[in-house]
Design a binder for this molecule. Structure first.
Ligand SMILES: [Ca+2]
Length: 372
């Protein structure tokens, strides 16, 4: 009897999967599977009642209940170009979501991998859907046929402006150093897509006015720190040279002129790791961990980790905890090694736990909490 019940739970995924335990400097961590069966889930956003809005890269968005039940795909999601790394990527809720039900999403819109950002209203009734979907930004400059290094993440500042990370598309490398395109850039736009007049390159001839910072390679993590003052990003290097950066107005983060990696062929890319006028990363990884997803942690379940920056890792299949002092990273701890899952996104839940997405055609939502 009990064996058949267990078997049914296995078949239908209805019960809690066996939790796994991993060591950490703050005691053992318990990893539970909350939901499964998501196709390459990319981004996770918590709704006010602790349900989750999740994107699947092939172009679907679903609401997931706290006990792991997946809604049908939401209607109204724009058509995306889904191939290789391209598809539906980030989703985030407006700061005033509880009042305005506004969400933002970014995705690759055509075969060039150009990123579009939409603003929409989430109608959260028995048939959840997006309505009033408006394109508020479209990336200029991607070359045809290079659908890789496509970013994108969205972070909203306290003044409601949106920051969006845009990859270099494996295109001509100098594109990330020139201001006439949106390649290898972080842009800053208002929630309606218009350009804030205090953006750094407004009025400069030939420059795209949305640009906030440049010289980035492929940033798949973007987050404000706990007091909302500093914007941090992580980006993929080539072979080696993955970086964490503190993103500041108008600054040049160096790609492809400086860096710590080499080309996939083994060839040299950079003459140097530093150059005047170009920013140094706050942290870098060689060999590459392939970071994706980042979240600052507020310390409810692990008080010692308050203010730490958590990063998912695709290649090294782990969660990386970074201790921060101002704009410096002072210590790294590698967590969940042995999980054997590519971590695509990491978020802090309303319960103070860390919630992860695994990048897999049969992807899961995992909840990480302290062992009792
Ligand atoms: Ca750099």
């Amino acid at each position: 009897m009990s064996r058949s019940i267990i078997c049914l739970l296995c078949l239908f995924g209805a019960g809690p999967a066996a939790a796994q335990t991993f060591p950490s400097s703050a005691g053992d961590l318990v990893v539970e599977t909350v939901a499964r069966g998501l196709v390459n889930p990319w981004s996770l956003a918590f709704l006010p009642d602790a349900r989750m809005l999740v994107t699947e890269r092939p172009g679907r968005m679903r609401i997931v209940s706290r006990d792991g039940k997946l809604s049908p795909p939401l209607g109204g999601v724009p058509q995306v170009y889904a191939r290789g790394q391209a598809g539906l990527l980030d989703v985030t809720l407006d700061r005033d979501y509880a009042q305005n039900h506004t969400v933002y999403a970014c995705f690759n819109a055509d075969s060039t991998g150009a990123v579009a950002v939409v603003r929409a209203r989430l109608v959260d009734d028995e048939t959840p859907r997006l309505e009033q979907v408006e394109t508020i930004f479209r990336q200029a400059g991607p070359p045809a046929g290079n659908a890789a290094n496509l970013a994108c993440r969205i972070a909203q500042a306290g003044d409601r402006n949106l920051f969006v990370s845009l990859g270099d598309h494996f295109g001509p490398r100098d594109d990330a150093q020139t201001l006439g395109n949106h390649i290898g850039k972080i842009v800053r736009i208002r929630p309606d897509g218009t350009v804030p007049p205090d953006n750094p390159f407004v009025g400069r001839p030939g420059a795209k006015p949305e640009i906030w910072s440049y010289g980035h390679r492929n940033a798949e993590g973007l987050a404000f720190d706990l007091d909302g003052r500093r914007l941090w990003e992580q980006e993929h290097g080539p072979q080696g040279g993955d970086e964490i950066n503190v993103v500041e107005k108008g600054k040049n983060y160096g790609w492809p002129v400086i860096g710590f990696g080499i080309d996939y062929s083994g060839a040299k890319i950079h003459d140097s790791t530093e150059k005047p006028g170009m920013e140094q990363p706050a942290w870098h990884w060689t060999p590459s961990i392939a970071p994706s997803g980042m979240a600052f942690y507020d310390g409810r379940l692990w008080p010692a980790w308050r203010g730490n920056l958590f990063n998912g890792a695709l290649k090294f299949q782990m969660l990386v905890r970074l201790e921060i002092d101002g704009t410096r990273v002072t210590r790294e701890e590698r967590l969940l090694q042995g999980l054997r899952e590519r971590i695509r996104d990491v978020r802090e839940g309303p319960d103070g736990a860390l919630w992860l997405l695994t990048d897999n055609p049969s992807g899961r939502i995992l909840r990480v909490s302290p062992a009792k």
